[in-house]
Design a protein around this ligand. Structure first.
Ligand code: NBP
Length: 478
């Protein structure tokens, strides 16, 4: 018996993907650097399907049908390079090496280029859904060559999550496209979680609504336009009581948020692409600020808030819901804008409707909203920005008055709402006829002769600020 796919790296994600593959009828060869993990998996879950136990990468490779498919599920970074280096001499042209970890897309681009020199396919695959998703059906974002997808795609589609029967897996684009899209997914996830946190804080600190009561509010919100996995689990976490103290669980958790790096990668990449991903960036900074616990403790006694008293409108809870919805839409709009910029930069033909469609189930940001986003990009006329799609322009317009009230209230009460407010600033920046960027251009021209364009005529100009302030046409030095 030979295996249709081999998995090396059998920690939580690799083990669960291997089990998912076996449960779907594939024979899976198993390998882990330390053989214990392989044996534990076989002992506990050997009944899930057909597995082949191997102890070395050579044995793994020998157990596979050709062209071979080897899925690497080891820790992202150097371990991936190490495994690739060991695998390459064992493989033959046409074989497919798959990296299903959270690798940086630039690493994936580099590895794809290197393996193509050996006539090997290298497929960077974004996998979202955590441990449970890997077992029961994740959202899968494969990059790499189209040819490799012909061989690998059916397998990945079979084990992926399904939305109304449709697989949440489709070929994304060449080289690092899959990992790039997964990275942006994670960036949106950061923003999504932060706006939920801001809503929680406003309801608690602003309106005095206790977590248990908020759990009911979030459950209620989950049946409307905000319906999503993250809203659903927010209700679960807020409704949980700490066993030891009898206090709300959220009150016994240290308020310092961790991060593993994909949010940061998203923001760095957005800066490099010149894509204004302010909501996602603020969500990463909010986690960073929360973690500066020492400074925060000192600041509590030194920095005065001078908060104002605000009479909350009767509609406050609904206002917060609308502000959350609008800010969430902005995060998606910004994430999608990044995808558009990256497609241009890297020559990927990203299909935004397909990307939205494969986020509809299995992944952490799965939400009803994504079905509408998919539809917005499905036609021939793709909106230049998600917020400009007629359905979303209307939806966000309906939320704007409440959104402004909520941000103004938060400012008066001294409750930080970095993503609510950055998203509103983005919205206003996008829609306003004139921006103070004109003044910026004037300043740049004065101190650095950086030139400017005029609203009334073509050409590039410079004002002789140090002389008679007359205007000259600038010579194009490019
Ligand atoms: P980990 O990221 O914790 O990695 C552990 C695995 O890497 C073990 O199998 C370990 O082998 C192996 N490994 C290491 Br560490 N160094 C190695 C080396 N130099 N050579 C060979 N193998 C090495 O596993 P995970 O949490 O299952 O995640 C796997 C990938 O999936 C990561 O990229 C992660 O970011 C990504 N991911 C995780 C989640 C999640 O929810 N956990 C979700 C989505 C994506 P050993 O047993 O011999 O030490």
């Amino acid at each position: 018996m030979s295996a249709q796919i081999g998995v090396t790296g059998l920690a939580v994600m690799g083990a669960n993907l291997a089990r998912n593959l076996a449960r779907n009828g594939y024979t899976v060869a198993l390998h882990n650097r330390s053989v214990e993990k392989t044996d534990i998996l076989l002992e506990k879950h050997g009944d899930d399907g057909d597995f082949i136990r191997t102890e070395t990468l050579q044995e793994l490779v020998d157990s596979l049908e050709k062209p071979r498919r080897v899925l690497i599920m080891v820790k992202a970074g150097k371990p991936v390079d190490s495994v690739i280096d060991q695998l390459v001499p064992l493989l033959e042209p046409g074989d497919i090496v798959i990296d299903g970890g959270n690798s940086h897309y630039e690493d994936t681009r580099r590895r794809e280029a290197a393996l193509s020199q050996h006539d090997l396919h290298f497929v960077g695959v974004g996998v979202s859904g955590g441990e449970e998703g890997a077992l029961l059906g994740p959202s899968i974002m494969p990059g790499g060559s189209r040819e490799s997808y012909d061989s690998l795609g059916p397998m990945l589609e079979k084990i992926s999550a399904k939305y109304n029967g449709e697989p949440c897996c489709t070929w994304i684009g060449t080289d690092g496209a899959g990992h790039f899209v997964k990275m942006v997914h994670n960036g949106i996830e950061y923003a999504d979680m932060q706006v939920i946190g801001e809503a929680f804080d406003l309801l608690r600190s602003g309106a005095g609504i206790e977590p248990a009561e908020q759990a009911k509010i979030f459950t209620d919100w989950n049946s409307g336009t905000l319906s999503s996995f993250l809203i659903e689990i927010t209700a679960e976490v807020l409704g949980h009581t700490d066993e030891r103290t009898g206090k709300p669980f959220v009150d016994v958790v240290v308020d310092a948020a961790g991060q593993k790096g994909t949010g940061r990668w998203t923001v760095v990449s957005a800066l490099e692409l010149g894509s204004p991903t302010s909501g996602i960036a603020e969500s990463v900074f909010a986690r960073a600020l929360s973690s500066q616990k020492d400074q925060r403790v000192l600041a509590q006694d030194i920095l005065q808030g001078h908060e104002n008293t605000v009479e909350l409108p009767e509609t406050f809870v609904e206002d917060v819901r609308l502000a959350l919805y609008a800010s969430k839409l902005v995060s998606y709009a910004q994430g999608i804008d990044m995808l558009t910029a990256a497609a241009k930069e890297y020559g990927w033909e990203l299909k935004l409707d397909e990307i939205a469609s494969l986020w509809r189930a299995g992944c952490i940001i799965r939400a009803e909203l994504l079905d509408d986003i998919m539809k917005a990009y499905a036609g021939d006329e793709r909106p230049a920005n998600l917020l400009l799609a007629p359905a979303f322009a209307e939806a966000i317009a309906g939320a704007v008055p409440a959104w402004r009230r909520v941000v103004a209230t938060a400012v008066q009460l001294g409750i930080p709402v970095p993503v609510f407010s950055a998203s509103l600033a983005y919205y206003d920046g996008l829609r306003r006829k004139r921006l103070p960027a004109a003044l910026t251009q004037g300043l740049r021209d004065l101190f650095g002769a950086h030139t400017y364009n005029r609203v009334d005529t073509d050409g590039t100009f410079h004002t002789l600020w140090g002389e008679d302030k007359s205007e000259i046409e600038a010579v194009d030095t490019h």
